[in-house]
Ligand binder design. Structure first.
Ligand code: H79
Length: 473
């Protein structure tokens, strides 16, 4: 900096115009730097904590993430002792009444030699996903990283002996994807947690008198490992909070514990007891957590000022089940993505890799097709907010300042797209897929209805996006 200043001064004697320009530029630089610093430093020079809006910014902009459920349950893949166990694959230990003594040896068969972090992250990125949430530990208690407080992890207990979270963490940094961890509060393997409840690990009435010991000596140290050695993380996504031994004060304490380790981290509402069942939104703001977690469903409407994320499977299981072929169509998934964005939520779409370490082909195909659509239409999803319009007969709407994105699922065949509920002046309309942004005509039909002249044939039969540039009120 000093050197530069001296250099600049040398020009002084020779060229006054330059001097003025340089002074102005230098002043601007100083103001900008000071401005930036101000954002981070408080009155007395300490770091100012981010506001919730600042902390949530990347997550709200992202709108689309990949959930990965991966663990020992991928080995039985839905079948135990020749019997197909009904229900979600990662619950096989519970649903199949499997004691720890029989489940634990699955570690010896967990050798996912085809696992490739680069490929997994690439699949997510090509789908247009901005973050990955992977199960560091699910309810079965098995750990996908080299934990120092247990041997029940991928390094100490499996022949694979590779730290997949470490590999994913490096790869996510390289490819610009936010890495996040799902972490189960409930633990069917730990003697101080739900293990003694066998054969009903999920018994809502039972309590373990040693549970506080599990929290202090196991749960918290593990979270510290994850944040310290694999972070900074995007999100900590808790689950299994419904057990009797978990209370809201414990949830608040865990929330504060995690935020103290990484102040700008985002934490879901399952850290505490606020969630309303599978509907997932919090009962009130009194409860801990930054966002609601509807599971396998999409709320009927969004709620102003409420952050939420719908998590969903592509078939009927989170963890891999070899015989679950009930895949949702790409069309359905793309409509769900637009539906969720139109209500101001995020979409966390799951994949359940095999015990070999492969994401199922059916998932890869769907994600690639979603990615194709996102490459053309991503602008209508990322950084958008909920629709300001009411229910639309043909699809959904997302918004940005000065813009509405009309997601047309059912293309009108008469060349006319009516937009009810729109009072704003429309300055321009075009198809998002049209790189030239050729203006299409718009006519006001009434005080709160316009009609856009559209081609007879839908340019994209699944979801064609029409952009309206509007005068914000
Ligand atoms: O990780 C995936 C599933 O294994 C896990 N959440 C997703 C993200 C999951 N946990 N439980 N379930 C799915 C279904 C269990 C529901 C119940 Fe309950 C638990 C019924 C009674 C206790 C939670 C609390 C729902 C209603 C009350």
């Amino acid at each position: 900096m000093e050197n530069k200043k001296n250099q600049l001064r040398n020009y002084d004697s020779t060229c006054t115009d330059w001097t003025n320009a340089v002074i102005i530029i230098a002043a601007l630089c100083i103001f900008t730097i000071a401005g930036c610093l101000q954002e981070e430093t408080g009155l007395h020079g300490q770091k100012r904590p981010m506001s919730k809006d600042e902390r949530m910014k990347w997550w709200r902009d992202a709108r689309f993430g990949m959930f990965i459920h991966w663990g020992l349950y991928a080995v039985p893949a839905g079948e135990w002792k020749g019997k197909r166990i009904p229900g979600i694959g990662e619950w096989i230990m519970e649903r199949g009444d499997i004691p720890v003594s029989e489940y634990e040896p699955l570690t010896k068969k967990f050798n996912p030699v085809k696992f490739n972090a680069n490929e997994w992250v690439r699949i997510a990125k090509n789908a247009g996903m901005k973050y990955i949430v992977i199960t560091s530990k699910h309810h079965d208690g098995f750990c996908l990283w080299d934990s120092k407080v247990t041997d029940y992890d991928i390094i100490d207990a499996t022949p694979f002996k590779r730290d997949v979270l470490k590999e994913l963490s490096k790869e996510c940094k390289k490819q610009g994807i936010k890495l996040c961890f799902y972490h189960s509060i409930m633990d069917w393997h730990h003697p101080d947690a739900q293990r003694p409840f066998y054969p009903n690990y999920n018994d809502g009435k039972k309590s373990n008198p040693n549970f506080a010991r599990y929290v202090d000596n196991y749960l918290k140290p593990q979270l510290k490992e994850l944040i310290t050695n694999y972070g900074p993380l995007g999100v900590l996504w808790f689950d299994g909070e419904w057990i009797k031994d978990w209370t809201e004060p414990q949830g608040k304490d865990l929330y504060n514990y995690v935020r103290a380790l990484q102040p700008n981290i985002i934490i879901n509402n399952r850290v505490g007891k606020g969630r309303k069942g599978m509907e997932g939104l919090s009962k009130s703001e009194e409860y801990a957590g930054d966002f609601g977690t509807p599971e396998q469903q999409i709320p009927a409407t969004g709620l102003p000022g409420v952050d939420w994320e719908s998590c969903m499977t592509m078939n009927d299981t989170w963890g891999y089940k070899y015989y679950d072929h009930n895949w949702k169509s790409t069309e359905d998934l793309l409509h769900k993505l637009a539906d969720i964005a139109s209500k101001g939520g995020n979409f966390l779409l799951n994949v359940g890799p095999t015990a070999e370490g492969l994401i199922p082909d059916a998932s890869i195909e769907r994600l690639a097709a979603i990615g194709e659509w996102m490459k053309v239409n991503g602008e209508s999803i990322y950084g958008t907010t909920a629709s300001p319009l009411g229910k639309l007969p043909w699809g959904r709407c997302t918004a940005k300042p000065g813009k509405l994105y009309l997601h047309v699922f059912d293309w009108p065949t008469d060349g006319k797209l009516e937009v009810p509920g729109l009072k704003n002046q429309v300055n321009k309309a075009y198809l998002l897929a049209d790189k030239k942004r050729t203006k299409i005509s718009v006519r006001r039909e009434s005080k709160d209805k316009i009609a856009v002249r559209i081609p007879r044939e839908a340019p994209d039969v699944v979801n064609t996006v029409v952009v309206l540039e509007i005068k914000d009120k």
